[in-house]
Design a protein around this ligand. Structure first.
Ligand code: SF4
Length: 408
């Protein structure tokens, strides 16, 4: 039986080795860091700089860009310079596959400008070249004093390792299914590569691990095992999560289980943007996931009822959206002027049934009139009714009350 008086909330964070990426700490006792990735052609300096700036303004504390060609590598230092001129010092992570060793060798300015290198052990090279090219990448990280993420991925699993494990398990007749062997191959790929990097001279304080898969249950199993078997800081993400609500739900389901268990030091929500949707959506989802779990606070959260037959107009739904947009837009300014505003809670409710009660639990709440109710909207501040709004200007007046509350 559950004791309702028991403390609840996430387990304490699992101990990991802290890693500095520029000025941002990942792991150790640092708060879980939000990161994102651009989808522009990195060789296009203008569009990539613009998108990095958008992601940063939305709250991405680290931004990864693909570095896949000589042109992209050459553009990278110019992107970092332009961002600095705009007053944006977000650490930029270079995502390398296949040719990272060559690009870093040919573009020292890129190697220097990046704050971290992402290395996929399944895509470093093939056959005999694999070990050499991996060693070259680590050598650059050592030479330029950069951290790396060893990022294994289900979609680019080290096939030689997977085959070896399959053979070993077949020969030993262990009752492992293929899925379990492949999960082990993914975990081993990340861990073995990290240990090899340490042997090559890169300290554990500069290594972050990830092992991404696209299935929720597999991801949870893989990360529990990674956390059990190492102290490396962990980057969480459900790869290829998908589009729209499916991507959001799948990522949130997987990451929330792990975060609740204290696993994960930085997260990325990999969403396929819907046509016309902003890339910043994945940053907002990551922030909301951490905030609704009580792990961090980024912007005031709005509680709103779903509405029902008691709500006569769409005004109430519009007001909930307007209030959320308003506080999100004001937050960058409030963050500087009124630290702590991000912890504020708001309620926008559709009728008297739950409206006043929920509004009293929030810092500021409004209960709009439902069907058959008097056309008035009581406002509550810190549990006390302070004013009743009426007429056309309810939305503007309520936003004014929020601003005044924050300023106080
Ligand atoms: Fe319906 Fe009122 Fe409940 Fe909102 S608070 S869901 S309008 S009964």
């Amino acid at each position: 039986q559950t004791d309702p008086g028991e403390p609840f909330g996430p387990h304490s964070r699992q101990h990991t080795t802290p890693v500095m990426i520029g000025k941002v700490q990942v792991g150790g006792s640092a708060p879980v860091v939000v990161q994102s990735m651009t989808n522009t052609d990195t060789a296009n300096v203008a569009s990539t700089t613009k998108q990095v700036a958008e992601l940063w303004r939305a709250g991405s504390e680290l931004v990864r860009v693909t570095v896949n060609t000589a042109e992209a590598a050459a553009a990278l230092p110019r992107i970092v310079d332009k961002l600095a001129m705009m007053g944006i010092e977000v650490p930029i992570i270079g995502d390398f596959h296949y040719n990272g060793h060559t690009l870093l060798a040919n573009e020292p300015a890129c190697a220097e400008a990046l704050a971290k290198y992402r290395i996929n052990p399944g895509n470093v090279g093939f056959g005999k070249k694999k070990d050499t090219q991996f060693a070259q990448l680590i050598e650059f990280a050592v030479r330029y004093d950069k951290p790396v993420r060893i990022g294994a991925n289900w979609g680019s699993l080290d096939q030689a390792l997977a085959t070896q494990l399959m053979d070993e398990n077949h020969l030993r007749a262990q009752p492992w299914d293929a899925g379990r062997v492949l999960r082990e191959a993914l975990i081993r790929s990340a861990l073995d590569s990290a240990h090899r990097a340490v042997e090559l001279g890169l300290p554990a304080e500069r290594i972050i691990l990830s092992a991404k898969v696209s299935g929720v249950q597999e991801l949870i199993a893989v990360y529990r095992e990674l956390a059990r078997r190492s102290d490396f800081a962990l980057h969480l993400g459900l790869t290829e999560a998908g589009i729209g609500s499916k991507g959001i739900v799948a990522s949130s389901a997987a990451l929330s289980v792990l975060l609740q268990e204290g696993i994960g030091d930085t997260i990325r929500i990999s969403l396929t943007p819907e046509p016309g949707a902003s890339r910043t959506q994945e940053v907002i989802v990551a922030q909301e996931l951490l905030q609704t779990m009580g792990l961090r606070a980024f912007t005031p959260m709005v509680t709103a009822c779903p509405g029902c037959g008691r709500t006569t107009s769409e005004f109430f739904q519009e007001l909930a959206g307007t209030v959320q947009e308003h506080v999100r837009a004001r937050m960058p300014e409030w963050k500087i002027q009124y630290p702590g505003a991000e912890n504020m809670t708001l309620a926008v409710m559709g009728c008297i049934v739950n409206g006043p009660g929920e509004s009293r639990h929030a810092n500021i709440g409004i209960s709009l009139p439902g069907t058959g109710e008097a056309p008035s909207a009581p406002v509550f501040e810190d549990g006390q009714k302070t004013v009743t709004l009426r007429g056309e200007g309810i939305a503007q007046e309520f936003l004014g009350i929020i601003d005044a509350y924050v300023a106080r």
